[in-house]
Design a protein around this ligand. Structure first.
Ligand code: ASP
Length: 154
């Protein structure tokens, strides 16, 4: 690969291309979806975290639903989505505290980058990311739509 091609593939903005969703229905059931093209310039045949339940995606009515974006190898190593739900289910952490524990502490310590969106059956919503930004939005009945890209936004 020549230098120009490598430069064209270098995206160091700290933002990824995965599209994720988490939802809570009226009956209290949660769901998560994650769709991705993977990482830019990825090796042929690479499988990222997005399709791996427990890594980039997880949902359980016993805890929460999580969808992740970031450098998938780290999310696989930490089983990020399941780990957040386990902290909620077994340690009794709030959803935001659990998401921050895994993203801000564990993922960051491992050298990984990315973030998650999450929702719990009781209506808690959370997001956490250790990149400069994460395209995100949230909407709940009776509440205004919240949209953000960078850290200093709501
Ligand atoms: N997590 C995805 C992957 O590693 C990349 C992304 O979030 O854009 O395949």
């Amino acid at each position: 690969m020549v230098a120009d091609e490598a430069a064209a593939l270098a995206h160091d903005e700290g933002k990824y291309g995965t599209v994720g969703v988490v939802a809570l229905d009226q009956a209290g059931h949660v769901a998560a979806g994650t769709s991705t093209g993977g990482t830019t310039g990825k090796r042929w045949g690479r499988v990222g975290d997005s399709p791996i339940i427990g890594a980039g995606n997880y949902a359980s009515d016993a805890s929460c639903a999580v969808s992740a974006t970031g450098t998938g190898e780290y999310f696989i190593r930490l089983t990020v989505a399941r780990e957040i739900c386990a902290l909620v289910e077994h340690k009794g952490l709030s959803l935001q505290a659990a998401a921050d524990e895994v993203i801000q502490t564990k993922l960051t310590a491992l050298g990984g980058d990315g973030g998650v969106i999450a929702v719990a059956p009781d209506g808690q919503m959370a997001w956490s990311y250790n990149t400069s930004g994460m395209y995100r939005a949230r909407l709940a009945a009776g509440e205004p739509l919240t949209v953000g890209i960078y850290k200093d936004e709501p």
